[in-house]
Design a protein around this ligand. Structure first.
Ligand code: F0G
Length: 373
């Protein structure tokens, strides 16, 4: 017994008995919740900010490059940050059901938080254009999955049309609580780095997330917690790039199905972010997006979904061409986990699965033939 006590006291600053219970509790004073609000949480937030070593070295790039691995939220995407607050507020306001249109991650998150809250969840998803993992999540959490013959933009229009006529609360990012929750990612980054980064790079679909991050950075700057703000850079898939083209896209297409969006919901807000932060939008082909996804997985051990990888593709491109100056401190948001879309990961993996006899000699041969791979 005495031995146990000695070993515990020997560990300095050990925060015994502290349980992290999610971002609303963590940032209660910066979010619209009352002391007696029942929080609907799955322990979201507090995701790792990982510094990339191998990739900058491989390209000879001088930069402090971090990824904020939002794929490690409870349902595997950044959506949980906004969803915990949106569902908390919906329940507080008496909702018995929530609804969203989704390219996949919002539906997975909404389904999980609705299950946690004990309410019904309706999700409208585009037929055939949602990654397998996301569909599995919506289904296992018991959401009512409504597949439409149309894309995300059509689904979003339908949700907006019907939600006022039936007793459901919309939990897409047009729900202001979603952005309030999502702004906490910027708080976490500032707290870890001691200041805002010079550049923050994100994939852009509806542009809710880039807007929410800017809100968070501005809030900490306005309250004097830091005295700098990042330049916000939004990257899109070439086939779904309304911000780069400067106009809506009616038939968006990309392998990065999460951001297969042609009519972004936060259009005006995102342009304001671009202007206020001095940032820009750029687009990358599906090939470039998949190459960045693979690079990150192979060189750094981090698996993100295709849409997330456009932030790294963009940051590397802009560093190489000097638009982001050498020596900058950069954060890329990795919005979703790679396991969301196993089909795309398997399709683009060149290393074949070796099929051998179940014998030691065959295993040894397989090892010796592939040591340098
Ligand atoms: N990355 C991933 C993995 C996403 O799922 C999304 C959006 C984005 C980036 C873009 O974020 O819309 O805030 O600019 N997914 C939504 C959904 C549309 O339905 O899951 P945004």
């Amino acid at each position: 017994m005495r031995g146990v006590c000695r070993s515990l006291t020997a560990i300095p600053n050990m925060n015994m008995g502290h349980r992290y219970t999610g971002l609303i509790e963590r940032y209660r004073d910066r979010l619209p919740v009352a002391d007696d609000t029942r929080l609907i949480s799955l322990g979201e937030g507090a995701t790792p900010l990982v510094k990339l070593n191998n990739i900058p070295r491989a390209f000879g790039l001088r930069a402090e490059l971090y990824v904020k691995y939002e794929g490690l939220n409870p349902t595997g995407s950044f959506k949980d940050r906004g969803m915990t607050l949106a569902v908390t507020k919906a329940v507080e306001e008496g909702a018995r059901a929530i609804i969203c249109a989704s390219t996949g991650n919002t539906s997975a998150s909404a389904a999980a938080y609705a299950a946690r809250a004990g309410i019904t969840c309706f999700v409208l998803i585009p037929e055939g254009k949602i990654a397998l993992g996301k569909l599995a999540q919506a289904m296992i959490h018991g959401a009512v999955v409504i597949q439409i013959q149309g894309n995300f933009d059509a689904g979003m229009n339908l949700v907006k049309q019907v939600a006022s006529e039936v007793p459901v609360t919309i939990v897409n990012s047009i729900n202001p609580y979603r952005l309030q929750g999502q702004k906490t990612a910027a708080f976490e980054i500032i707290e870890e780095l001691g200041s805002a980064p010079d550049y923050h790079c994100l994939p852009v679909g509806n542009a809710g997330n880039i807007t929410a991050h800017w809100m968070g950075y501005c809030e900490y700057a306005d309250h004097g917690i830091v005295n700098n703000r990042p330049v916000m850079v939004g990257y899109q898939a070439a086939g779904a790039a309304p911000f780069v083209l400067g106009e809506m896209v009616d038939q968006p297409e990309t392998v990065a199905t999460a951001i297969r969006i042609g009519h972004p919901q936060s259009w005006d807000k995102a342009w304001q972010v671009q202007k206020e932060s001095g940032g820009w939008f750029e687009k990358f082909s599906d090939e470039e997006i998949l190459a960045a996804q693979k690079l990150l997985a192979e060189k750094e051990g981090i698996f993100c979904e295709p849409a997330s990888a456009v932030s790294l593709a963009g940051a590397l491109h802009d560093l190489k061409c000097g638009r982001i100056p050498a020596g900058s401190r950069i954060v890329c948001t990795l919005t979703g986990h790679g396991l969301k879309d196993p089909d795309t990961a398997i399709q683009q993996s060149i290393g074949p699965v070796l099929k051998i006899r179940a014998e030691p000699e065959a295993v040894k041969r397989a090892i010796l033939d592939n040591l340098a791979r």
